[in-house]
Design a protein around this ligand. Structure first.
Ligand SMILES: Nc1ncnc2c1ncn2[C@@H]1O[C@H](COP(=O)(O)OP(=O)(O)OP(=O)(O)O)[C@@H](O)[C@H]1O
Length: 264
């Protein structure tokens, strides 16, 4: 992972912590150019969605931000006003994947507490924290259940709870609701927005669903086909996110604009 240190001047002009994707390119196996010169600034507390054609490098960006993959050129910078040290603290980054990826033999509470168990946190403390996040995702009472006893939506809630237990400042969600039915997906939209508002995390969210991106996000980054670039960033005004928002003219207008942006 290439980490760049921001200058003091950089830091002083930033009002809020900011994640900067600075000229990031990624070539796999010296021939597959997945990303080409991606630049994007993300403010603290933003809910930023990434939409783009299949294979345009959305997951690659997330892997680079999470430190699971190295950029070929460029860097991810985390700039905070309190420190000139821009090393991203991996403990502050949570990751949720399309599939819940739960350990089938472990009860819900142990799945949720796993990140703390791996860090050697004592059982009492990790169970207390797991109960708190299970309550946040509406799963109190299910702590002893095994994953197979839960619906797909509930398993995703467990996965989200597990990502929240270490109190991430940045949550990366790679198509988390892609495998769920529409009703479950919409219920989880409200849950996620409630959690986002409560925690003030920065959320980065990959989806193929433009409606979902407009409903959830403060900003939407549209990407081009491979090699992936950010072609446009749309801002969603702070409308109240409720059922009626989905049927407003503003909602349809934004969906239309983004869909046409995806075609160019
Ligand atoms: N480990 C890898 N080795 C080689 N090529 C890879 C690797 N990971 C991804 N790629 C290639 O890089 C490109 C971008 O992949 P990536 O998974 O980031 O796209 P994506 O936009 O997330 O796709 P999707 O929307 O289909 O999930 C694709 O062409 C993919 O085949």
């Amino acid at each position: 992972m290439k980490i760049e240190v921001a200058t003091k001047e950089d830091v002083l002009i930033q009002k809020k912590p900011k994640l900067r994707i600075n000229n990031v390119s990624k070539t796999y196996d010296q021939k597959i150019v997945a990303l080409s010169e991606v630049n994007l600034d993300i403010e603290e507390g933003e809910f930023m969605s990434f939409v783009g054609p299949s294979g345009c490098g959305k997951s690659t960006i997330f892997k680079i931000i999470a430190g699971l993959s190295e950029p070929t050129t460029g860097a991810i910078e985390m700039i905070t006003p309190t420190s000139t040290d821009t090393v991203i603290n991996r403990d502050e980054v949570g990751f949720v994947f399309q599939h819940a990826t739960l350990l089938p033999w472990k009860p819900v509470i142990d799945n949720v507490a796993l990140p703390l168990e791996l860090k050697g946190v004592a059982k009492k403390e990790r169970y207390e924290k797991a109960m708190n996040v299970l309550e946040m995702v509406g799963l109190e009472g299910y702590e002893k259940a095994l994953p197979r006893q839960l619906s797909g939506g509930m398993q995703m809630r467990v996965s989200i709870a597990r990502s929240l237990i270490a109190k991430p400042k940045l949550l990366l969600m790679d198509e988390p609701f892609g495998a769920l039915d529409e009703m479950t997906r919409q219920n989880l939209h409200y849950e996620l927005l409630r959690i986002w508002e409560k925690t003030n995390m920065t959320v980065l969210f990959i989806t193929h669903n433009v409606f979902e991106s407009v409903f959830l996000s403060t900003k939407i980054a549209v990407m081009s086909a491979r090699p992936g670039r950010i072609t446009n960033v749309y801002e969603v005004p702070p409308y109240e996110r409720n059922e009626s928002f989905r049927s407003t003219n503003e909602f349809s207008r934004l969906v239309g604009e983004i869909e046409s942006g995806l075609k160019h």
